[in-house]
Each structure stands twice: as C-alpha cells, then as structure tokens.
Ligand binder design. Structure first.
Ligand code: HEC
Length: 104
C-alpha cells in the first residue's frame, strides 16, 4: 500500500470515530454498552439473525435515520418492559449508531 493511501485510510477512520450524530452528542456510550449487555439485546438478535447478531441492524432498511433508530430502541424498551429512562434510550441508540448505523 502506498503512503498516501495509508494516510487517507487513517484520516478516514479517525473521522468516522469522531463524528457522531447531533442527536447523540451528549450520549453516554459506556452506559449504552452496559445496557446493551445487561438487557441481552444481542442474545435475542443472534437467535434471529445468527452470527454475532449484528446482521439484525440494517442501516439501509426501515431504520434509516437517527431519529428512527432512537424510536426503535424506545419501542423495544416499551415492548420488552426494560424500564429505560430517556437518557438510557439515547445512550443505547448512540452505541448502535456508532457501531452499526453510522448516521450523521
Ligand atoms: C426478545 C428478543 C429481542 C430482544 C431482547 C431485543 N430485540 Fe431488538 N429485535 C428483535 C427482532 C426479532 C428484531 C427484528 C425485527 C424485524 O426485522 O422484523 C429486532 C430488531 C431490532 C432493531 C432494528 C433493526 C433494523 O435495523 O431494522 C433494533 C435497533 C433493535 N432490535 C434494538 C434492540 C435493543 C437495543 C435491544 C436491547 C435493549 C433489543 N433490540 C433487544 C428481537 C429482540
């Protein structure tokens, strides 16, 4: 790989990491990761989608905006009776956005 390409990739990745959708700018990612683990989101998604469960997250599917993503997390919260506070919903959606959906 030539030097320029390497640099371009490096800059590209760090930008992806730095950018987060404005909806999620105050989100607590650590809290979100914890909530995802505690509420067994992945366990259930794995049963449905296989692999590590992340195939359930379809950035090009129905959930195609950051607002819709947060709405979906809120829907799961209600449906599964998770008892999330609004900031919990936001934190979980922020993590999913950062790792899977990448809406800006
Ligand atoms: C009891 C099983 C179950 C649990 C627990 C569960 N989910 Fe899901 N989830 C599903 C199923 C099934 C779908 C797929 C629905 C479909 O595609 O029709 C889904 C889809 C989703 C989607 C939308 C994916 C997309 O892009 O269309 C999101 C976001 C999501 N779940 C978030 C969560 C989060 C966050 C948690 C944990 C707090 C969670 N889910 C826990 C079963 C579950």
């Amino acid at each position: 790989m030539n030097k320029f390409l390497f640099l371009a990739l490096l800059v590209g990745t760090s930008m992806v990491n730095a950018q987060q959708h404005p909806l999620f700018k105050d989100a607590d990612l650590k809290a979100g990761e914890k909530l995802i683990a505690e509420n067994q989101c992945n366990e259930c998604h794995i049963r449905r989608a296989g692999g590590d469960g992340s195939d359930i997250y379809q950035p090009k599917g129905r959930i195609n905006t950051a607002g819709a993503l947060r709405g979906m997390v809120e829907y799961c919260n209600t449906e599964l009776n998770l008892g999330f506070f609004p900031e919990d919903t936001n934190a979980v959606a922020a993590v999913l956005n950062k790792q899977h959906y990448k809406f800006r």
